[in-house]
Write a protein that binds this ligand. Structure first.
Ligand code: MLC
Ligand code: AMP
Length: 499
């Protein structure tokens, strides 16, 4: 029987998880210890009569308990719902109502909004590291039913729940393993949150499935990345998974810090994803360390679908479909574009085993995004080179912003701004930013332009996770609108370009 994490069923006594917390706390577990703790977490759920197949929320606080609970939940057959520990009340309320988790597990129950949980009938369980009754997990076969529920911003004001099966997770990891020669000698280093595909599916689940270790630095810093990489000694091979903002910051530090430069030069592979990697950052890194950053492309709904294989030089490209996945470009009528000239753009459509099962409670949105032949339309625009390599050139929706590798729906930010009693109208755009890729900029019309609200920042901070807050707010007397009364975000973008 094929299971998602063989080493939690038959531990190999090798290092599995090393967590470097902010503040210097370091913990590490081999797979025997990991299996013991995961097992006790599953036993705690069963004691509360929470059974496999039920939805459990896990607050992904930056500590080892969260990682153990995520692995235990998936391996134990639950539908795991990872939650951003900084989730604002608007999003939390929406997720509790939509996903209806039976229980939320967190290392810090005291930080949960108990009123909100009570209101939705959700129990809160403290994640504890205790030895369970047995030392290994019971095997559970890979299934094509729901196993992971990830919330992601869309073009509505509330995030959508994306359901994935354990089979899809395995297909994504195994497809990448084939093109990257991702063996059990590879140790992953990352400093990403565990509530999105990149840090969770690739970083945590990937490392545990492939048999190497994950070294998770819970707060990103170039110094921390350097030290973490330095801790990995041959024959182990260090592979860094990071978003472009992190490479931008690493490139800057490397220019004056030879130790950071040497650490990155010593890695086996550097991988970038979640957002476009600017060529100047890619070149700044490779010029300093003589190594090319490999790119791969994915999305919450599709997991990772395109990747540049290990050892292949393809700057500016996100590569070829991973084994088992079909990717094509389509025109506005969703007709395939056959030409591969590196010039003709089309929307990326994906079909294959890594695709999600659908949006939770949103069959209409699922049908709009996925056709009867199983093609999912990503909204991303790309061109295909004559050798088949894809290059991302844009995005169909201007209401989706990618900032620091996070996908943010502008409507969600606008909804938070509009909750302020002084705000009459709000429009949010992503402005080009050398560090974040795009930075969130808000244009706001207030009731009384003489007395501008001084608490707008705090108001938004109470409602939204930090990465969703506008970096800039411009107070304007009116928003540009077309003849139909629709806000013209293109005009706002022009204003920003001229500013
Ligand atoms: C941020 N801050 C603000 C603010 N925005 N404060 C006030 N107002 C605002 N508008 C605060 C932050 O909370 C932080 O505070 C400090 O300012 C610095 O913020 P920052 O510049 O954003 O830096 P940082 O927090 O370090 O974030 C950069 C980053 C982060 C790159 C580390 O964006 C990140 O972790 N990105 C990863 C996203 C990711 O995993 N995406 C994967 C999606 S999956 P303080 O107090 O904390 O210092 C996917 C699929 C695929 O896309 O293909 O992979
Ligand atoms: P998310 O839903 O947060 O997983 O974000 C997915 C989106 O990130 C995709 O639709 C792309 O727009 C973007 N993305 C992911 N990887 C890359 C990449 N390598 N290059 C450019 N954009 C990317």
């Amino acid at each position: 029987m094929e299971v998602l994490f063989p080493r939690l069923v038959k531990p190999t006594r090798s290092l599995a998880l090393r967590v470097l917390e902010d503040g210097g706390i370091e913990s590490q577990l081999d797979d025997v210890a990991l299996a013991i703790f995961a097992r006790s977490q599953i036993e705690a759920l069963l004691r509360r009569s929470v059974f496999p197949g039920e939805v459990i929320g896990i607050v992904t606080e930056p500590c080892i308990q969260s990682a153990i609970a995520l692995l235990a939940g998936i391996a134990g057959g639950y539908v795991v719902l990872p939650l951003d520990p900084k989730l604002g009340p608007l999003a939390l309320r929406h997720i509790l109502a939509d996903a209806r988790p039976r229980l939320i597990a967190t290392p810090f129950p005291e930080r949960m909004d108990s009123l909100l949980c009570d209101l939705h009938g959700v129990e809160v369980l403290r994640i504890e590291m205790r030895a369970g009754e047995g030392s290994a997990l019971e095997p559970r076969p890979l299934l094509d039913t729901a196993s992971l529920l990830l919330y992601t911003s869309g073009t509505t004001s509330t995030p959508k729940g994306v359901l994935h099966s354990s089979k899809a997770i395995a297909a994504c990891i195994d497809g990448l393993a084939a093109v990257w020669n991702w063996t059990s000698e590879v140790d992953i280093v990352h400093s990403l949150p565990l509530f999105h595909v990149h840090g969770l599916v690739l970083g945590l689940f990937g490392a545990i499935r492939r048999g190497g270790a994950l070294h998770w630095l819970t707060r990103f810093s170039p110094e921390g990345i350097k030290q973490t990489i330095e801790g990995i000694k041959p024959p182990r091979k260090a592979v860094l998974f990071a978003v472009p903002t992190m490479y931008h910051r690493l490139a800057q530090v490397m220019a004056t810090d030879p130790e950071v430069r040497n650490a990155l030069a010593s890695t086996h592979m550097l991988v970038s994803g979640s957002a476009p990697l600017p060529l100047r950052d890619a070149e700044a890194v490779s010029a300093q360390i003589g190594k090319t950053i490999i790119e791969r492309y994915g999305m919450t709904e599709t997991l990772i679908t395109l990747a540049v294989p290990f050892g292949v030089e393809r700057a500016g490209h996100v590569g070829w479909p991973i084994p088992g996945v079909e990717v094509r470009l389509v025109d506005e009528k969703r007709q395939p574009i056959e030409v591969a000239d590196g010039l003709t753009p089309g929307e990326i459509a994906v079909r294959g085993p890594t695709l999600f099962l659908g949006y939770l409670n949103q069959s209409k949105a699922t049908k709009e995004a996925m056709d009867e032949e199983g093609w999912f339309y990503t909204g991303d625009l790309a061109v295909r080179a004559p050798d088949g390599a894809f290059r991302i050139v844009g995005r169909r929706s201007t209401d989706l912003i990618k900032s620091g590798g996070y996908r943010i729906g502008s409507l969600e930010v606008e909804a938070a701004l509009l909750e302020h009693p002084q705000v009459l109208e709000a429009a949010v755009i992503g402005a080009p930013d050398p560090d974040l890729g795009e930075r969130i900029v808000a244009f706001v019309v207030v009731k009384d332009p003489i007395n501008l609200p001084s608490d707008l920042d705090q108001h938004v901070a109470r409602l939204l996770s930090p990465h969703k807050r506008p970096r800039e707010v411009h107070f304007v007397t009116s928003l540009p609108r077309n003849a139909m009364g629709k806000i013209q975000k293109s005009v706002l973008r022009e204003w920003m370009a001229k500013a």
